[in-house]
Design a protein around this ligand. Structure first.
Ligand code: AHR
Length: 666
């Protein structure tokens, strides 16, 4: 009895010591906002997007093409995603054919020997997990076709159910002959159609004989009706993030697994008939329908700037070229690429861009040399970067050049590992929520000398295929740190951006936006990033926190820098910015803990505060709560009018919540 009460007393004592050291139990939480002090300028391009072909981001994703393996190059041994519909006794057959190229890029086609004419025989494509069928929709299609018989009759094209029992849209075209011809058609669905992806695309010639097809293409209406354009729903999700730049084209996708499969921008230009496509780095082939110009137009559509990453002579299989004459063609290629983006129509590549349909040059301020060259253990990056840097600096002196080493993420170095001092270094962080939250002050004491920081890939990775609310809390905590230190962290973009949630669509877990064939949704992390990007001023407000509550480490491991992790870490994260023109003040508070936090706020340095303002809040019952394709808006921010702001006031931040208080000051 005595022994057990002693144990109990000891436990209480330890608990009190613990609380005394770390808890806010005796000290109320207070945030003092010093608007009377100068704050650093918030980078106007802090929030952007990062993209690459991963998780079916383009083909089967934002790029609206509906036919999969449209040029029959995905598998040289089999016409993947194509099938022959026929009765058992029908001797019709399909076979890959590389003896009838349309041109040097469309080298493969499918030969279809039609032995029996009728509804029971046809050539079908299953699309990217089905063809999306919506009511009253006009689909634009085309293919190259050829036959061995000049008198071949019309060809019927349709979108129908997978079992062939329902036809959603059908059209008939004529003109197929003994030579390759590009034929176009429209498929229009009725107003009564119920959306479905349990569908297939079917071609049915009306006469027996041999037929050849390639570059079979079908597009739904695209964002802003751009030809060869993007999926509307996904573009709308991106638009509402208000991103300022797009880092393109990767990521590993830039590097390629080997030199021959690097992102070779020149082969992604012109009509899709002249794009050979290439093997991507994430296990599947890219049609390159999303080519360099499409990336740039995507930027233009969403009023963001490209952040162009150029191939820097290093590939994922660790093949590389030392600096010197053998690297020079790649340096030249990068200069030409910059000219394609920015040159006027008197320049060679500016002229080519005009021929491709866009005479006006695109704005460009940042060029990144390579991707994650810290993985190049050969030490060749220093020389490679120097060669690229000198060439870019000399031809484009105002461009800001980004190096992919020199941040603290690789080798714990802050100073550049390169001879030339880059304007910006790119750092990447993929972590769990604990690592993000316990390191949210990462940049607070960073060296302010030397290059600026681009956090070019980062994400809290909890939840799949898309991150859950705990990730959103980790992301939001991390963003408070980036925003507070935006004098040095000038740009950031999380990654990966997209995932096709259909079976087999994901190569990388925890991706910001998920979609299937018919619909798309934002993860809680998507909404957290949307909140941060849409609600901020132009100046960071010096904010002093007192009595910040702590939470106990949920996972027992070291962080990605192999740092000894603390047992407790803050559960409340904050940053404030103001708009110096309008007087609007944005206070962001992240409560990652499991209890409501009452915080007293003291706004110093203003003559008055409007009582009425706005609150944007996103919260969850449990950290594991999430959005899914079937429950896409379980967690979204709510925007509320709020009456009760004063120069000093108290606010209760819900458990597991991300809040923006928008206050009008004078
Ligand atoms: O975002 C996924 C991958 O992570 C990127 O391609 C690469 O740069 C990083 O390692």
């Amino acid at each position: 009895m005595l022994k057990s009460s002693r144990n109990c007393l000891y436990a209480i004592l330890v608990c009190c010591m613990f609380l005394g050291m770390h808890s806010s139990a005796q000290q109320p939480t207070k945030l003092t906002l010093r608007l009377d002090q100068p704050g650093v300028t918030l980078s106007p391009v802090l929030y952007g997007l990062m993209t690459e072909e991963i998780n079916y981001s383009y083909d089967g994703g934002i790029y609206a093409e509906l036919i999969r393996n449209r040029s029959f190059k995905d598998n040289i041994k089999n016409p993947d995603h194509w099938s022959l519909i026929k009765d058992v006794a029908d001797s019709s057959a399909i076979v890959l054919d590389n003896k009838h190229p349309v041109n040097q890029d469309l080298t493969e086609c499918l030969r279809f020997n039609l032995a029996t004419v009728g509804k029971n025989t046809g050539l079908a494509n299953d699309g990217f997990w089905g063809i999306p069928v919506f009511a009253s929709t006009n689909y634009q299609g085309s293919f190259y076709a050829m036959t061995d018989d000049n008198s071949a009759g019309p060809i019927t094209i349709s979108i129908e159910s997978t079992d062939g029992k329902s036809t959603f849209a059908t059209a008939s075209i004529t003109g197929v002959s003994r030579t390759w011809k590009k034929l176009t058609f429209n498929l229009i669905t009725a107003a009564s159609v119920t959306p479905t992806a349990d569908t297939r695309f079917v071609i049915r010639p009306s006469a027996k004989g041999a037929y050849w097809f390639t570059l079979v293409s079908l597009f739904p209406p695209t964002y802003q009706n751009t030809v060869n354009g993007n999926r509307r729903d996904i573009m709308q999700l991106l638009a509402s993030m208000n991103p300022k730049f797009l880092r393109l084209p990767g990521g590993n996708y830039l590097e390629g697994n080997m030199f021959s499969t690097r992102y070779n921008w020149k082969k992604t230009l012109g009509p899709i008939d002249e794009r050979p496509g290439h093997q991507g780095t994430w296990g599947y082939r890219s049609s390159d329908g999303m080519g360099l110009l499409e990336y740039l137009e995507w930027c233009e559509d969403l009023k963001m700037e490209p952040l162009l990453a150029v191939f820097a002579g290093y590939t994922l299989n660790r093949d590389y070229l030392e600096a010197g004459p053998f690297l020079q063609p790649y340096v030249d290629e990068a200069l030409e690429e910059i000219e394609y983006v920015t040159g006027d129509t008197t320049t060679k590549y500016g002229k080519q861009r005009a021929r491709d349909g866009h005479p006006t040059p695109f704005p460009l301020h940042y060029v990144e040399v390579g991707n994650e060259d810290g993985f190049d253990m050969s030490g060749s990056y220093e020389g490679r970067f120097t060669q690229f840097y000198d060439a870019i600096r000399s031809k484009y002196p105002t461009l800001r050049i980004i190096s992919t080493t020199g941040g603290k993420d690789f080798l714990g170095q802050r100073f550049p590992l390169t001879k030339r001092i880059p304007d910006v270094v790119d750092e990447h962080y993929y972590r769990n929520a604990f690592d993000m939250e316990s390191d949210a002050d990462h940049y607070d004491n960073y060296d302010r000398n030397g290059p600026k920081i681009f956090v070019g890939e980062w994400a809290t990775r909890e939840g799949k295929p898309t991150p859950n609310f705990n990730s959103a809390l980790g992301d939001a905590a991390w963003m408070t740190g980036m925003e507070r230190n935006s004098d040095i962290v000038v740009m950031s973009c999380s990654a990966p951006l997209f995932v096709n949630v259909n079976p087999g669509g994901m190569q990388w877990e925890s991706d910001l936006i998920g979609y299937n064939t018919l619909t798309s949704y934002g993860s809680p992390s998507y909404y957290a990033q949307q909140m941060f990007s849409n609600y901020h001023g132009n100046n960071v407000v010096n904010t002093i926190g007192e009595g910040i509550p702590v939470q106990v480490q949920k996972l027992n491991h070291k962080d990605s820098l192999n740092k000894v992790t603390p047992k407790t870490y803050p559960s409340l994260f904050y940053v404030a910015t103001r708009d110096t023109k309008t007087g609007r003040l944005y206070i962001k508070v992240v409560n990652a803990g499991d209890a409501v936090k009452e915080v007293s706020l003291d706004i110093k340095g203003v003559s008055s505060v409007k009582n009425i303002g706005k609150i944007v809040v996103m919260k969850a019952e449990k950290p594991e709560d999430t959005n899914t394709i079937s429950e896409p808006e379980k967690i979204t921010p709510a925007v509320l009018a709020y009456k009760g702001f004063k120069k000093t006031f108290t606010y209760s931040f819900p458990k597991y919540s991300i809040t923006v208080l928008q206050i009008y000051t004078q």
